[in-house]
Design a binder for this molecule. Structure first.
Ligand SMILES: Nc1ncnc2c1ncn2[C@@H]1O[C@H](COP(=O)(O)OP(=O)(O)OP(=O)(O)O)[C@@H](O)[C@H]1O
Length: 936
């Protein structure tokens, strides 16, 4: 497309200097296109030139004077180039004119009145921004000056002088020029101002800031569509905005030296430009003999829309420069250019098409793959998210559930732990209680011994007093009455025993209080554990965890029950040991009594003593009772006993039994009875012992039966009706002051032993009956004594008074001792040997054989009882509960611990030579048994 160079003329206002010189205005803008230049030298009066006009009119595309603003100049000259520039058309705007006529002002302007540079770039960026959605732009800028035919980079002055080069496309390029990718107009303005300071300026007569070089601002715009079509267009256009140096005349500028030389270069370039313009206007082709014309090759007659803004001064003093400028500008209007779009790679080669298609296909494939991956990732991610959310929820739920389960477990464990601790404490209290009972029994025994001794002394003293009173005269009686009564003051040991009893009682009360408190706490803990277990389904959602906790509860409940059963079993075991021991001792006592009876019978028979009727009646009763306890009845009774519930009962039923027993014991204890009629002043026996003893016997029908029955003890032997053994239990003066209740308890406690003993006794009695005549025809007859000659009493009148009887002494129970040791060997050496009944010398071989078998059976039976019933105590058993550790009877009373072997755990008592002490010792033993039964 061909087009002409657009020429605009701008007439600046008069400068201050021109106004001072009173310069006349010779250049006027007639209208927007017409300018009139008047020749000030023309004389209007000159008739020779009358036909010649002093005015010269010039037509331009647009004309401006002082009244026009920068904006108007820009709009009229340059703004229209921007659209073409974006469309790929080159454009050139250059300011031409003499120095000081406003070229820089028009192009650069001031901060307040920016020139074409800034306004063009502003509109360029705005236009690019409007189409940036579809087009991709690349804008670069460079700023250079041509000074004395040398090119200098104003954005990088240190880069030196640059050369012009023509690329393969025939375009002129400045090699090494700094191209700045502009961002916005403001930055461009700053760059230009900065670059303009680098521009060579020197003051001249015409302009204090005269630019001595041509300044060229080049803006390159490259654009292409964002869519990659086959018909892809890459538009490339350059905009030159040139501030030419002044085209002043040397005379006018009064330049000399360097300024003159500069002026010469300037003028040469301008001349070249002028020549170029002339050539272009004459269509002779551009003259490229200067760098300016070379750089503006496309701008002047080439591929560019070109706007020339000519500047002139209105002053008459600048008439010549104005006329020349107007002439050049006018001629420039004739310059035609061939404008075309700068389209790069508008049409691609077939190989490029193929490449583009391949690229596009690859791109499509890549995008499809990316989309599928993204979809997969999204779906996977969603699933993963769902799974992760579910996992988080489950984890949270699981965590909460675990925390809840852990909390419940801790509660349960804590409760169980405390229960076990309480259970242990209760066991310790039970043991302490047992110790207290044992100690209490020991002290009671001490007191009872002392009271027994006191009672015996009193009786002896009263008997002596009575005897003396009968044999002596009244006066003598008065004189002897001065004999003092036996000392009845308590010994230090008895006083200490009473004090200890008080201490033990208070201790026992304390133990019972603690037990009650612990039992309440235990019941509370059980209730709490039960509630927690009941709430498990509500508090724990997981079935497995519920089951685990439920099992945990069961395990610990079983543990607690196990501990309870162990405790109860231990207690029962201890009680059984006491009972067994007591029954063994009672059995020994019974055997001893039997032997005493038999030997007394033998003695009566041998000496043909008369038996008092009362004694004979008692003996009959004794035999009758023995007959009733024959084998068949004993077996039936034993079977009934064996069928009774024992320790194997469930815990709760046992507890109930125990509770009922305790209650019954309390009831019994409160009942007025013989137990309250103790004649000595002993402190009351602790209730627990009675509880335990009664617990066993009261709950047993067998015991009830036994309670109604009586167990025979050796009746007193009345010798000649005047003497008797003071050990008779029927005597109110008996040394052992047992109450009826105590005796009953003893009797009840030995029931099973009695059954067995009765079995053996019935056999023995049968054997004795075979040897001795029936008791009724008791006639004195001589019979060889079975005693040794050294100890045998002399034959003579019947015994009339009580006297020490070696036979009785020896009848203590050697047989029993043999049984106790279990091996049939004498336990006490010669003494025991001496006291052994020598039946072998008095009976026939058949009788001796029968007696030997009887002894052996008795021994085996006793062994069976002791070995079978005695279980070794475990480590948790209270050692104080061992019978063998009971305080042995005092040595001075003839008591000794028997047995070191199989019967080592049994405490046996042997009798001394003193009849009274012997029986007392036995009774004392019985009393001890009574206390032990109370412990049970
Ligand atoms: N149209 C105008 N309106 C107001 N002031 C102007 C105008 N044109 C020029 N001037 C003033 O005239 C003075 C000279 O202007 P300018 O420097 O632009 O001239 P020039 O042609 O660039 O000179 P040189 O060629 O020596 O660089 C400046 O002070 C400028 O402000």
């Amino acid at each position: 497309m061909n087009c002409c160079v657009q020429v605009a003329l701008r007439i600046r206002p008069l400068s201050d200097a021109e106004m001072e010189e009173s310069a006349t205005v010779v250049a006027h803008r007639v209208d927007q296109q017409m300018v009139v230049l008047m020749d000030p030298l023309e004389d209007p009066e000159d008739v020779l030139r009358a036909n010649r006009s002093r005015e010269k009119t010039y037509m331009f595309d647009v004309a401006f004077d002082f009244s026009n603003s920068q904006e108007e100049v820009y709009r009229a000259t340059t703004k229209g180039l921007i659209e073409g520039l974006i469309s790929g058309y080159n454009a050139t705007v250059f300011a031409y004119g003499p120095t000081g006529c406003g070229k820089t002002y028009t192009m650069l302007g001031t901060d307040k009145e920016p020139g074409i540079y800034v306004r063009t770039l502003n509109d360029l960026f705005r236009a690019i921004e409007e189409t940036s959605d579809d087009m991709l732009y690349s804008i670069t800028m460079s700023y250079l000056e041509i000074y004395n035919e040398m090119i200098r980079d104003l954005l990088n002055p240190s880069s030196g002088f640059l050369d012009l080069r023509e690329d393969s496309k025939g375009e002129i390029q400045v090699a090494g020029i700094t191209e700045v990718s502009t961002i916005n107009a403001q930055e461009i303005m700053e760059l230009l101002v900065k670059g303009n300071r680098q521009r060579t300026q020197e003051p001249t007569a015409a302009n204090q800031t005269s630019s001595r070089s041509h300044a060229v601002l080049q803006v390159s715009v490259r654009q292409q569509s964002r869519s990659r079509d086959v018909l892809q267009e890459v538009r490339y256009a350059r905009l030159f905005m040139i501030d030419l140096a002044g085209s002043e005349r040397a005379a006018q500028t009064q330049n000399r030296g360097q300024r003159l030389k500069e002026g010469a270069h300037i003028n040469r370039s301008l001349l070249a430009l002028g020549n170029c313009i002339n050539a272009l206007s004459d269509k002779t082709g551009p003259n490229m003999d200067s760098k300016l014309t070379r750089l503006l090759k496309d701008s002047l007659g080439g591929n560019s829309r070109t706007v020339m803004i000519a500047h002139i001064s209105p002053a008459s003093s600048a008439f010549e420069e104005s006329r020349n400028t107007l002439a050049y500008a006018h001629r420039a209007k004739s310059i035609r250019t061939r404008v075309k779009k700068n389209l790069l790679n508008v049409t691609y080669h077939i190989a490029q098409y193929t490449s583009i298609i391949s690229e596009l296909r690859g791109e499509i494939q890549r995008l499809q793959q990316k989309i599928s991956e993204q979809d997969r990732r999204q779906s996977g991610g969603e699933r993963a998210d769902i799974r992760s959310v579910q996992a988080e929820v489950q984890a949270l739920s699981s965590h909460q559930s675990r925390a809840e389960v852990e909390r419940i477990r801790e509660q349960l464990l804590e409760g169980f732990r405390e229960q076990m601790e309480i259970r242990r404490s209760l066991m310790e209290l039970e043991n302490s209680n047992m110790e207290i009972q044992v100690e209490t029994s020991r002290h009671l025994l001490t007191i009872a011994d002392w009271e027994q001794e006191r009672s015996r002394r009193r009786r002896k003293w009263r008997a002596e007093q009575q005897k003396e009173s009968e044999s002596k005269e009244e006066s003598e009686k008065d004189s002897d009455s001065s004999e003092s009564a036996p000392d009845s003051s308590e010994t230090q040991e008895v006083s200490a025993a009473r004090e200890n009893l008080l201490t033990l009682m208070s201790e026992s009360k304390r133990v019972h209080r603690q037990k009650a408190s612990l039992e309440r706490r235990l019941a509370l803990l059980r209730e709490q554990s039960r509630r927690v277990e009941e709430l498990l389904p509500r508090r724990v959602s997981c079935e497995g965890q519920r089951q685990v906790l439920g099992l945990l509860c069961k395990v610990h409940e079983l543990e607690v029950e196990k501990a309870e059963m162990q405790s109860s079993a231990l207690l029962k075991d201890n009680l059984l040991r006491h009972k067994e021991h007591a029954m063994q001792r009672f059995e020994r006592h019974r055997l001893l009594c039997d032997q005493i009876i038999q030997k007394q019978r033998q003695f009566i028979h041998d000496h043909s003593l008369l038996v008092p009727p009362q004694l004979q009646e008692l003996y009959d009763v004794y035999m009758k009772e023995a007959d009733e306890w024959r084998l068949e009845r004993a077996m039936a009774l034993d079977k009934t006993t064996a069928s009774l519930p024992r320790i194997s009962l469930p815990l709760h039923s046992r507890d109930q039994d125990l509770d009922s027993d305790q209650e019954s014991v309390r009831t019994v204890k409160l009942e007025p009875g013989p137990s309250k009629t103790r004649r000595h002043t002993l402190p009351p026996i602790l209730p627990q012992s009675e509880t335990d003893s009664n617990r066993v016997f009261k709950s047993s029908p067998h015991a009830q039966k036994m309670k109604s029955s009586s167990v025979m003890t050796p009746p007193p032997i009345h010798i000649n009706g005047s003497s008797h053994l003071d050990s008779s239990p029927d005597s109110s003066e008996a040394g052992v002051e047992l109450t009826h209740t105590e005796r009953e308890q003893i009797l009840k406690g030995v029931q099973s032993i009695v059954v067995k003993a009765a079995r053996r006794r019935s056999r023995a009695l049968e054997s004795d009956a075979a040897r001795f005549p029936p008791p009724s025809p008791l006639r004195p007859h001589k019979q060889r004594s079975s005693l040794s000659p050294s100890t045998a009493p002399p034959a003579g009148p019947p015994l009339r008074r009580r006297q020490p009887s070696p036979e009785l002494t020896h009848a203590t129970s050697d047989d029993n001792l043999s049984s106790s040791t279990g091996d049939g060997a004498p336990a006490n050496g010669p003494k025991t040997q001496r006291g052994k009944p020598d039946l072998s010398n008095n009976h026939t071989p058949r009788e001796r054989e029968s007696e030997g078998r009887r002894r052996k059976r008795r021994s085996r039976s006793f062994e069976a009882v002791t070995v079978q019933r005695f279980r070794p105590l475990d480590s948790t058993s209270d050692p104080h509960l061992h019978i063998g550790q009971l305080p042995p009877p005092r040595a001075q009373r003839g008591a000794a611990v028997l047995g070191k072997g199989r019967g080592a755990q049994q405490t046996g008592v042997c009798c001394t030579n003193t009849n009274g002490w012997r029986l007392f010792t036995l009774r004392r033993d019985v009393f001890s048994l009574t206390s032990q039964f109370k412990l049970c």
